[in-house]
Design a protein around this ligand. Structure first.
Ligand SMILES: Cc1cc2nc3c(=O)[nH]c(=O)nc-3n(C[C@H](O)[C@H](O)[C@H](O)COP(=O)(O)OP(=O)(O)OC[C@H]3O[C@@H](n4cnc5c(N)ncnc54)[C@H](O)[C@@H]3O)c2cc1C
Length: 401
């Protein structure tokens, strides 16, 4: 039975596992730990699950990764989203799975070999179904693209979903798991055997297993346990544009301009658009990250380059039609997440360091549970924390991160 509650102050509780952070990553982790038979308590400082970075995301998922370690998490995760109700054992949750594909587009013919290489890497990683689409074929299939677009990679298994529904689905589908809202982790205690207790502002929980799923605050949680993790937090924004403009192609895929790092996709009542600024500086995480007054205009300008319908959409926009929100990407030295035990501190496990945590959450949570219960050897886990010490820290070349 799962239980989501705001607890009053409590005397010391005991759990097989404590998960810190109630975003989609932490909740999926709690789901899998509970399915492995562990009595699990998840601690979230905010009012509800899925309310910080997860709520700020564009809610997209993709299979198209060029690195094996990433594809090995992304592919089964997409499979789990496709069969979500069976996975969680409930029919009352609708994650609004929308598989209209990811389209990576360019107007530079010189980028064609890069696209070909990416597709070859996808295939080598077991990602099937990616197509290279060029010339008139591209415009026939995606008539909203401007005349300059010359080539794209497309995979129609990719798409987007409701992260709120998915997160609550994981929570409601859990077995023996309790989800404490409005409860803040303030410390982590160790003894000679490793992790022994988690301190919160409501009381302590005695446990031998903690999973750090604190999203942008993962580094702070690591420090509570005595671990200095090499993570960078970088603010990322997105804009929702309310529009019922006739030119808006409501059946379009998630469309990425490979030249200027911008993207857009249809959303109920309008569209989402954004760009990933490579010069955005590293900052401390915040619960209410500020947004830039010109972000929506800059995003529309960038996206409209290869998606000229957006000029029409933008023409009559009023201030109240635009909503900009922000959250954080977390980058590790090789830009891949960290999953599994920290190794330095017995019982301190990690599931953090994400710029793509939504799409990775189902399988990443399962991997945490598989390693914690001995079903998978951490040596066989390429996303183990010790890889940084082993010197295996090459960032991959997956598009748009
Ligand atoms: C603009 C933008 C667009 C994005 N688009 C996508 C996308 O399309 N697809 C995708 O896969 N990813 C996307 N991402 C990234 C994705 O949102 C994150 O990787 C993902 O949400 C991380 O989930 P999480 O559960 O790790 O973190 P969070 O959702 O941030 O959850 C962590 C939780 O930990 C809690 N917490 C922290 N410290 C404590 C404490 N001391 N005590 C108790 N609780 C604590 C926080 O309150 C928070 O709720 C995007 C991000 C942004 C900002």
């Amino acid at each position: 039975m799962s239980d989501i509650q705001i607890p009053k102050a409590f005397n010391t509780l005991t759990a097989d596992a404590v998960v810190i952070g109630g975003g989609i990553v932490g909740t999926a982790t709690a789901f899998w730990l509970s399915k492995a038979g562990m009595k699990t308590i998840l601690i979230e400082k905010r009012d509800g699950l899925s309310s910080l970075t997860t709520a700020a995301s564009a809610e997209c998922f993709r299979t198209q990764f060029t690195e094996q370690a990433m594809a090995d998490i992304a592919l089964p995760s997409v499979g789990m989203f496709e069969n979500f109700n069976d996975l969680i054992g409930r029919s009352d949750i609708d994650i609004h799975l929308t598989q209209r594909g990811y389209l990576f587009v360019t107007d530079e013919a010189a980028q064609l070999p890069e696209l070909e290489k990416a597709i070859a890497h996808y295939e080598a990683c077991g990602v099937t179904g990616s197509e290279l689409i060029t010339g008139t074929d591209l415009h026939k299939r995606f008539p909203f693209l401007g005349p300059d677009a010359v080539a794209a990679s497309f995979n129609n298994r990719d798409g987007w979903l409701s992260t709120h529904e998915a997160t609550y689905g994981f929570a409601k589908g859990s077995d023996d798991a309790t989800f404490f809202m409005k409860t803040m982790v303030t410390g982590i205690q160790t003894d000679a055997r490793g992790i022994c207790s988690v301190e919160t502002d409501k009381g302590n929980i005695s446990t031998r297993l903690v999973v750090n799923c604190a999203g942008p605050y993962a580094r702070d949680i690591g420090q509570m346990a005595g671990l200095d993790m090499p993570f960078r937090t970088v603010r990322r924004q997105k804009a929702f544009i309310k529009s019922d403009h006739a030119d808006l192609p409501a059946d379009a895929p998630f469309t990425v301009d490979l030249v200027n790092h911008s993207y857009w996709r249809p959303e109920a009542g309008g569209l989402l658009c954004a760009w990933v600024d490579p010069d955005e500086p590293e900052t401390r995480p915040a619960d209410e990250p500020p947004t830039d007054w010109d972000f929506a205009a800059e995003s529309i300008y960038r996206v409209s380059r290869l998606n000229p319908f957006l000029d029409g959409v933008a023409e009559n926009l009023k201030a109240e039609d635009v909503n900009v929100s922000a959250g954080f990407y977390v980058y590790t030295p090789d830009e891949k997440p960290v999953i599994g035990p920290s190794e330095e501190i017995e019982g301190f496990h990690l599931n953090c360091g994400y710029w793509c945590g939504v799409m990775m959450s189902p399988e990443a949570g399962k991997r945490v549970a598989d390693i914690a219960t001995g079903r998978m050897d951490n040596k066989d886990n390429p996303l183990r924390y010790s890889r940084f010490k082993e010197g295996d820290v090459k960032p991959g070349d997956t598009f748009l991160k």
